[in-house]
Design a protein around this ligand. Sequence first.
Ligand code: HEM
Length: 369
Amino acid sequence: MVFLIAILTAILFVLIFEKPLKKNPVPFYLIFAGLSLAVVIVNRLGITFEGFLGNYIYPLFSKATLGAGFFVLVMYAVTFKNGSRAIKLLMSLRGELSIIASILTLGHIVAYGITYLSKLLTAPSKMQPIVLIATILSVVMVLVLMPLFITSFKKIRRKMNPLKWKKLQRFAYGFYFLVYLHVVLFNITAALKGSERSIVNVSVYSAVFLWYLICRILKYRSTKNKDLNLNLFRYVSLAIVLLLSVGLFFALKFKTTPKESDAPEEVVASEEPQPEEPSVVDGTYSATALGYEGNITVEIVVKDGEVTDVYFSSYEDDEEYKVYSDDLIKTIKEHPLDNIDTVSGATFSTRGVIKAYEAALKKAGIEKH
Ligand code: HEM
């Protein structure tokens, strides 16, 4: 969903700022660099956002989704029919769009890189194999991106031998493939556990990248065979890709059991009966929710109508993220009635902690602020 918003934002941006971007792109680069820097600062300070801002706006920058939206325009640029308005517009701005996409990705690289690379360097054996592979591939991806990014600047490009520049730019195909793999690897475990957001991510990114591959092959073939009706094949393949993507969505969705679903109903294991009406009764209440890869059970102690203790009675989730969950439980203990948000870099585990805690609160009949 956020990825579709990102693609739409990138298209609108190009349509609105086409002329000033062509004339003087530097102010745009500076604004986007500022946003990326803000992501790093926000991440390091541990600030989290809630609601629309936290669900749709901040991830555009922190998760490189807007950067990916701009990369999509760069990828698709060449696939349009020669002479069309789309190809003229996008090809004339391709360098600038690549630079913007890369700058927008930098915040994500630093913010997520610090967390995952430190794990990779200090305790790789504690990482899930799929996360370990995804992290190593992320390093390769950054190494491929950097020369592509630097050589997209006109000043540098002009100093290069055009043939060498073109050869180097071919690595962009490898980079696009790595981006797709990156998203799938980091989402597949949660998708298989029933996280709606990850299922949507895997399905939507698959559709966008698969259709790109088809369009790129069609464009190549159309240069060899002038009679090929490029637009017709594009639309037919789009319909097929959309069907496949919807199929993938449902295949992933129905692969999971309701218990593993990401929806609030996933809360399981209730020892105490749910009160009919929210009336606070002293006692111990516990609830379980799914974290990243396993169940998290939070227990709360209520005395004189107030939460006096909060702790994990069992933690079967990935140990890798336990440190974030421990921090979060400390925060909850200090401010039991405040609204809290997930922690970037350990979204699924901390979401599980919050869900379990809120379910335990509900059972106790305690309402938050
Ligand atoms: C060239 C560099 C990179 C690019 C283009 C990139 C791109 C992306 C994109 C497009 C997503 C999916 C965002 C969405 O939900 O829509 C993503 C997710 C993710 N990336 Fe990267 N990334 C890069 C580098 C890194 C690095 C260095 C790391 C650290 C190892 C990293 C870790 C992650 C993680 C953990 C997620 C999943 C986040 C979540 O769903 O909560 N990325 N990345």
